[in-house]
Design a protein around this ligand. Structure first.
Ligand SMILES: [Zn+2]
Length: 79
């Protein structure tokens, strides 16, 4: 089988926006409500979940956005 002739361009974003198939669509990764998106891959034992908008949400509330930006964890409760 010959390889596909489609050029394999690798954008900085690994996940397309179309990952969200929900109706209504979940908040985009750049939205303040990004973490309200549905979890598509959850690894609680590893402490992270992948949301359908491409955001990696960590159990400490930190986030890694699809464009590589990092949102620092929010301390909801004083330790
Ligand atoms: Zn969604």
């Amino acid at each position: 089988m010959p390889p596909s002739t489609t050029p394999t361009t690798v954008p900085t974003e690994l996940l397309p926006d179309s990952l969200c198939t929900h109706t209504p669509r979940c908040p985009s990764a750049s939205s303040p409500a990004a973490e309200a998106a549905r979890v598509v891959v959850g690894h609680p034992e590893q402490g992270w979940s992948l949301l359908c908008n491409g955001v990696l949400l960590f159990e400490d509330t930190g986030e890694l956005l699809p464009d590589g930006r990092i949102i620092a964890p929010r301390r909801l409760t004083e330790v």
